[in-house]
Design a protein around this ligand. Structure first.
Ligand code: GLC
Length: 675
């Protein structure tokens, strides 16, 4: 270890436990290197001035951040279902960090999309904990392989923005383990240099001073030996935070030193507890002094990666009459997103890019090389509104197709939405235009789920562009003309109206965010309560046609299986397919979801060829968390292994029977048919 804690005075040690300003760590009178932390999950967001902006300042972008590559948001990364893309995303952002002397990137966020209204859902991966954890792990690996640290956040149960600093998340133990802790447990396998605690209390105790979750669970049970940093302003009692093993309070707090020193003098905190935190800070500083920090990508190559990842994260949801790809005829393109696309959401993840967008009609014409013609609608402004969509009403009937590039109002950190619908005016235009010209393709730029049911039946094409960074329109154009076959799939259900979502069960009260839906989050909820959805978890179309066949399951032990299945690409062009493996406990003594995602694979399958996919299933593929045992438990009996192209479209399935020794079972859980 480079830094010997005995070389530091008590004053220097305490100073190391709190930031020097909004982004930098203390140096203990120059005894250690200065470390710089910066957001975020969608690319580097480094403030040009060391200020402590209010959220209003951040949203108004009052304090400019340096230009960097605006990568797709994590919601788009999840829609790629590709660990390779998640890793590429992390390593691309790492180059911007190295170039700008940033040591730790404050990402990824792996919080679960419990409600579709959460203002930060664009910053998170999925409603499913397994997919969130696997993608978060790959992202961390991508960043840290280049000698830049990460911050796995926001630990724990921070699933809405409303009153996020004070509203306690009231969650039962089993739900925490199976849904909200699981993404962290999986992503921790990548050894993130830091974990960031959340603002909210969990079951009544602030995350920043919650010893059960920070020490007993994160450190002792999950064996995490890195640094725990607070979210910015999340520490309410510095000495209680240190006693709970939170190491670093951010940002600078002018009362921090005195509060710790007085607590120490009063015997509320020991030098040993202070040293534990100091050692974790020194270990972090030492990690930042590594020789892996080599810039490997030009600015152009970083942009190209943003496009490449967006291509794999855009989701084709509807393609009636194969209206896509558009390879002939005359098409008008309208909507502000077509030339000024929303790249990401507002708040601490917002990246300033100096990349100049090209309007999508031009991109389409360039790619189409004269086979089809794309014209830009005339943007006229009336009463201060962009009336261009209305303008299209006057001549849409003369065209072969209409492409609408639209989205809901931008979302961001610090506030939740109240509706998952597009504006009434936008919904009305879609229906009006479709009455005049039925060949409408809607490209939806959104960072959170949208209820498309009021209008989707009157359009022929629907493409989910998401919040996909500065390369979104190049990626979208490539898909619309057929240069790229879409391969993204939804990592979050698109519900039909709010009443059908679990959110309605438990809006909580002023002080409590109630998790009464328990483990039934996302598709687990919609399936359990048989709620109709517009587009299910895991759904996405391709231009290619795939056949699934030949499922076989190899048993190596009662809790050790390898699942094999074949996918054939029947088309005459290469294409990628995301296949998913779900597991169901057919008869359990506890309530369990109808199915749970336990494996997935994204594979390039050559034209007219077949590929065999292999997925490993271990104990955790079959177990639920038993709060009496305080452990994961598998009940003997029949389970069903399902292989699907989405959570709703199961192509292959097979039952297996698990027969663990009776000594590992409990009388209550001997399946009825075993008697
Ligand atoms: C914000 C966010 C957190 C971010 C931090 C620094 O409040 O909750 O995700 O990394 O503060 O900007």
């Amino acid at each position: 270890m480079k830094y010997d804690i005995s070389n530091f005075t008590l004053e220097e040690k305490i100073s190391l436990l709190c930031g020097k300003d909004n982004w930098r760590l203390e140096t203990a009178n120059g005894k250690v290197k200065e470390v710089f932390l910066s957001d975020g999950p969608s690319g580097l967001r480094k403030m040009v001035a060391d200020v402590i902006p209010t959220l209003a300042d951040v949203n108004s972008n009052k304090y400019k951040t340096i230009p960097a590559t605006a990568m797709p948001t994590l919601s788009t990364i999840a829609n790629t279902w590709s660990e390779e893309m998640a890793k590429l995303d992390g390593s691309t952002i790492a180059d911007d960090c190295i170039e700008n002397d940033v040591d730790v990137l404050l990402a990824p966020g792996v919080n679960i999309k419990k409600t579709p209204l959460n203002g930060r859902n664009f910053e998170y991966f999925s409603e499913d904990p397994y997919l969130s954890g696997v993608m978060g792990k790959a992202f961390i690996e991508g960043v840290q392989e280049k000698g830049i640290g990460t911050s796995l956040k926001h630990f724990l149960a921070n699933n809405r923005e409303l009153d996020r600093c004070f509203q306690t998340s009231e969650v039962d133990e089993r739900t925490l383990r199976e849904i909200y802790l699981l993404p962290f447990e999986i992503a921790l396998k990548a050894n993130p240099w830091t974990v960031m605690c959340s603002y909210n209390p969990i079951n009544g105790i602030y995350a920043s001073e919650n010893k059960y979750f920070l020490k007993d669970v994160l450190r002792d049970e999950f064996k995490y030996d890195g640094l725990i940093v607070s979210d910015w302003g999340a520490v309410h009692s510095p000495y209680k935070a240190v006693k709970a093993t939170l190491d670093l309070t951010m940002p600078y707090d002018d009362k921090f030193y005195d509060k710790i020193y007085i607590a120490y003098q009063e015997g509320l905190i020991t030098e040993e507890e202070i040293d534990f935190a100091v050692q974790n800070v020194l270990n972090l500083i030492e990690k930042t002094e590594n020789d892996k920090k080599k810039i490997t990508l030009t600015k152009e190559e970083r942009h190209a990666n943003a496009v490449k990842i967006a291509k794999e994260g855009i989701v084709l949801l509807k393609n009636q009459d194969n209206i896509l790809p558009i390879t002939s005829g005359k098409t008008v393109v309208c909507g502000e997103e077509s030339y000024n696309p929303t790249l990401g959401g507002k708040g601490s993840s917002l990246v300033t890019t100096d990349y100049k967008q090209t309007s999508i009609d031009k991109l389409l014409n360039d790619l189409s090389k004269g086979k089809a013609e794309f014209v830009k609608s005339v943007a006229i402004i009336k009463d201060g509104f962009y009336m261009e969509i209305a303008d299209v009403l006057t001549y849409a009937h003369e065209l072969d197709n209409v492409i609408l590039c639209i989205g809901p109002q931008i979302i961001g950190e610090g506030y939740d939405k109240t509706s998952i619908r597009l504006s009434p005016r936008t919904e009305e235009y879609i229906r009006e235009i479709a009455k005049i010209n039925p060949n409408v393709v809607v490209c939806l730029y959104s960072g959170l789920a949208v209820d498309v049911s009021p209008w989707v039946d009157c359009v022929k094409g629907l493409v989910w562009a998401g919040y996909s960074g500065e390369g979104v329109n190049e990626a979208l154009a490539s898909i619309l003309v057929g240069e790229t076959s879409p391969s993204g799939k939804l990592a979050e259900t698109l519900p039909i109206n709010l009443e059908n979502t679990p959110f309605y069960l438990n809006n909580g009260n002023a002080n409590v965010s109630w998790y009464s839906e328990g483990i039934f989050v996302g598709y687990r909820y919609y399936e359990k309560y048989d709620k109709p959805v517009a587009y299910p978890f895991g759904f996405g179309l391709s231009y290619a046609d795939f056949t699934y066949s030949n499922l076989r399951i190899e048993k190596h032990g009662e809790l050790d299986y390898t699942v094999y299945y074949d996918i054939t690409n029947n088309s005459n062009f290469d294409a990628k397919e995301v296949s998913q493996v779900y597991v169901k406990d057919i008869l359990a003594m506890v309530i369990r979801p109808a199915k749970e995602l336990k494996g997935f694979s994204k594979d390039l399958i050559k034209a007219k060829s077949t590929k065999t996919i292999r997925i490993k299933l271990d104990k955790r593929a079959f177990a639920y968390y038993n709060v009496c045992l305080k452990d994961w438990h598998v009940e003997n009996g029949a389970f069903e292994i399902m292989v699907g192209s989405s959570s709703k479209d199961i192509k292959l399935k097979q039952k297996i029977d698990i027969k663990l020794p009776n000594s590992e079972q409990y009388s209550s859980s001997c399946k009825r048919h075993d008697k």
